[in-house]
Design a protein around this ligand. Sequence first.
Ligand code: 3HC
Length: 285
Amino acid sequence: MSIDKIAVLGAGTMGMGIAWAVAAAGKKVVLYDLTQEIVDKTLSRIGRGLEKAEERGQAPEGAKAFVTGNITGTANLEDIKDVDFIIETVLEKIEVKKDVYGKLSNILDDDIIVATNTSSLSITEIASAYKKPENVVGMHFFNPAMVMPLIEVIPCIQTAPEVVDTVMELSKAIGKKPIKVKEGPGFVVNRILVPGMNEAAFILHEGLATAEDIDNAMKMGAGWPMGPFTLCDMVGIDIALAVAETLYEETGDPKYRPAPNIKQHVRAGWLGRKTKRGWYDYSKK
Ligand code: 3HC
């Protein structure tokens, strides 16, 4: 079956970037979230982002019209009935995901593949909530998803091999660079990156250097494109904490324990750029 129309479920940070990336590759996208207001907000963010990208020469002239012309938004799950493929990136809470997969079980044809962008939950457990667990697979994008080339393709124990092949092919067709990874906490990138952000938080917690100096140190001393605190604010401190907790709980290894100041930020609702406050203050930007 050719995959021309894709539903992206969840219009948060990742949903926005994924919808943009997929639409930029010429696929039709249906972007779904719980309310029309959330969906519309994300659609305007995509429009504004493309405007800026065109101005900066990061996207070709006409990109805004092309990409936004390929995306429709909806708050009605029934509207995704006729798509060829699903990318699910709803809230990183297992109960929420299971509820969505239960609903999808009633709506979708049996041959539709559902790919989850989860970064911290068990794909095996998510798949168990779907009527055809063999059609569920991990498809992990990186933030900002319209820019970062990598996709980790992660089969869980139930995933059918041909489903993995289809997702590898689709990833290439949308201009991304997929790698296959077995299911394990953090997969590849987050297993390395999140402990790095966590360690930066410990260094700050111990008072060894300021957040700005740690960020500059990693940019100037290690060639990171952005420092660990700036990156954590972009990814979402709640997401970094969820991955850190998964690494810690799944392995039982104390080296992965989340830094106390990461937990404090999440408890305060200071989640990064999306809440205008994280390690840095974005309220005036
Ligand atoms: N199209 C559209 N927008 C683009 C663009 C493109 N081709 N290239 C850059 N941009 C955007 C940037 O996102 C940025 O957006 P903003 O205004 O909202 O901040 C803006 O243009 C200006 O950015 P820069 O001039 O700094 O752009 P650069 O191209 O130099 O780099 C970057 C931006 C690609 C984000 C780079 O800093 C980078 O690679 N950072 C590291 C990102 C990273 O590590 N991501 C992985 C996070 S982990 C993850 O996502 C997994 C999850 O499970 C936790």
